[in-house]
Design a protein. Structure first.
Length: 318
């Protein structure tokens, strides 16, 4: 817990990091509203786009990805609000494929794209972010998110971590996907274990039982780098499905939050949550009842979250 220095009462802000959205009055107001929910950590999450799951170039300095100036502005805005920052650069796929499917042949084949080519480009992206994180004093850096097919490339990830440590002195985490916590073989290379906890509402205890031995064996802190549920009917059973059809329902989101925090509250090894997610361009509070996305602003889950986070922080400081 010393690496994290207290509970992670967090929220992801700014996804997907579209150029032109991270600065200005709307972005600043959005971050202030987020901070008003008992938040003490934020993951500033932004995506660079590769064209297909088998592309090897990640042009992270091109639109639509936010610029370095926007990233620096957001980091400083968060710090000015007293928030700790986890910088979270993520690769997405322009054709709509999920990043978990990025992958190449196990062995290099002449004329075919390779893991080595991809990791060279990905490492440049992450090390660039690491330099920004170091310069701006970010309290954590996340080096990857839900890269399920890439997870098995242990040597490449270890090499990436080593390069990041050359330029960034803070703690490093990797955000594995749900159900993958016990499959990674290189947790010892990072400082903090984190995962996407989009578990069905009735599976929380079962999945926490599965994760617990991994955390105990690692001797490292653990938190959910992503977790949450859309405010939509049916979503508590499939919280990872952002496109699941259903009607807007703040009550369903609140039901999920209650179940999630009751379950993790019984596990003292869970350092907290970095909820998904809070947009840089926030909808009007008057429109909250009709919003069926993950953000809890103006919804019953938002009030519950504020109370829960403030209580957790008070207990930790007592």
């Amino acid at each position: 817990m010393s690496v994290l220095d207290g509970p992670v009462c967090g929220m992801t802000w700014g996804w997907t990091g579209v150029r032109g959205t991270w600065t200005g009055p709307d972005a600043d107001a959005s971050m202030r509203a987020m901070a008003d929910h008992g938040v003490n950590w934020t993951a500033l999450a932004y995506a660079a786009l590769q064209q297909t799951p088998i592309s090897t170039e990640i042009p992270f300095d091109e639109a639509p990805t936010v610029t370095d100036d926007e990233i620096v502005h957001a980091i400083r805005a968060a710090h000015d609000l007293g928030l700790k920052v986890c910088l979270k650069p993520v690769v997405n796929v322009a054709d709509g494929a999920w990043r978990a499917h990025i992958g190449f042949f196990d062995r290099d084949v002449p004329g075919e794209p390779t893991w080595g080519e991809w990791f060279a480009s990905y490492t440049a992206f992450i090390v660039h972010a690491a330099r920004l994180a170091e310069a701006e004093g970010c309290e954590m850096l996340c080096i990857g998110c839900e890269m399920v097919r890439a997870d098995a490339r242990e040597a490449e990830w270890r090499a990436l971590v080593a390069e990041v440590r050359e330029v960034y002195s803070g703690p490093i985490t990797y955000n594995c996907d749900k159900y993958q916590e016990d499959r990674l073989t290189w947790w010892d290379a990072v400082d903090v274990i984190s995962s996407s906890g989009y578990y069905p509402i009735d599976e929380w205890d079962e999945q926490l039982d599965r994760i617990a031995p991994v955390v105990a064996a690692s001797g490292k802190p653990f938190f959910f780098m992503e977790a949450g549920c859309p405010s939509r009917t049916g979503s508590p059973a499939r919280p990872n499905d952002w496109a699941l059809p259903g009607e807007p329902s703040g009550a369903e989101q609140l039901r999920y939050y209650r179940a999630m925090y009751e379950a993790i509250g019984r596990r003292d090894w869970v350092a907290g949550t970095m909820l998904w997610d809070w947009p840089a361009r926030l909808y009007a509070e008057a429109d909250a009842a009709g919003n069926d996305d993950y953000c809890p602003y103006g919804k019953p889950a938002g009030a519950y979250l504020r109370d829960t986070y403030l209580e957790l922080r008070e207990k930790a400081s007592a």
